[in-house]
Design a protein around this ligand. Sequence first.
Ligand code: NAD
Length: 359
Amino acid sequence: MRSFKYESLPSRVVFGAGTFATVGDEVSRLGAQRVMVFAGRPERSLADRLKWQLGPRMVDLFDDVLPHVPLAIAASARARARDLQADLLLTVGGGSTTGLGKAVALESGAPILAIPTTYAGSEMTPIWGLTEAHRKTTGRDPRVLPRVVVYDPELTLTLPPGLSGASGMNAMAHCVEAAYAADCPPMIRIMAEEGIRALAVALPAVVDEPHDLAARSEAFYGAYLAGCAFAVAGSGLHHKICHVLGGAYNLPHAETHAIVLPHAVAYNAPAMAEAMRRIGDALGADEPALALYQLAGRLGIPSGLREIGMAEADLDAATELVLKAIPTNPRPLERGPIRRLLDDAEFGRRPVTHLTPAM
Ligand code: NAD
């Protein structure tokens, strides 16, 4: 018999090619007069286009954006927002830029209008993250959930194929972990499976032809669904591994997700037969872990963690960090099989379900 708890999250989503031109109207709907814009230096031209739309309502452009929201940068952005009495935080960029806006909202309570330009999905979640001395702290707070999100796939046309594929697999990971989360409400599971379906088809098309706007739109749609699913269902072993590796060994976020995902799915497979069937259906494949591995290869993503900076000598210590993370996960965490999972990910081997510690 069905039984679930579901709290829907309040945000307005405006999705479609050309919607960037409506940002000024969205700002008016919110009644904001003192808009602080966050955009990394590479996204400067988008900030300039916003100035044109917002006029004197745009009181600042904060462009000191770095991955994983270093606490010192968050502190300087918070001070600036206080001085300016910003009444709207407008972020345009990837997950790092959205994350910086969230760090400010966490303190000031000002609403966020987010304009994502990657497939990370942070714009749909009430999850914040801050990094200090290589340790990333995350938390949930309704104040950081963007009030309005404008998805314009035209803004993603410039995202290079390598980043598009990796970022898209980050979205895929949100969907896959939601699809197997034990307490995922049914409507979110439907969104997660639809996200898997959309991303599996769109990402190869995006990487083959980065200027294919229809493919970009479908990939963005998948990323939107991924963010919605991640926001409600939370995460398990896969996200914990990526969190640990990204924080302790400074690995690039999206690529780490893309490489680890097939191995995390293989680890969990024996404990989630029904979810594997649903994920397989959405991927159009009999073996989900292998299909995800082949998809990452098709997208040109490095196959092993060692190619993105993970030293083999650190795998034992990384195993201990993962075991300490205690995620909710379909299969209990077992030291030997987790160590073997990391070894497979390090060397980019085909994903295998390890039940024993021997290597
Ligand atoms: P990112 O924001 O660091 O961007 C990566 C690079 O892509 C940057 O150099 C950026 O300038 C460039 N870029 C962005 N959009 C572009 C475009 N359209 N064209 C060309 N270049 C573009 O990377 P990301 O993967 O988007 O975000 C990763 C961060 O987001 C991590 O810190 C992660 O923890 C966080 N995240 C948070 C959540 C959450 O719910 N809180 C969810 C997912 C990711």
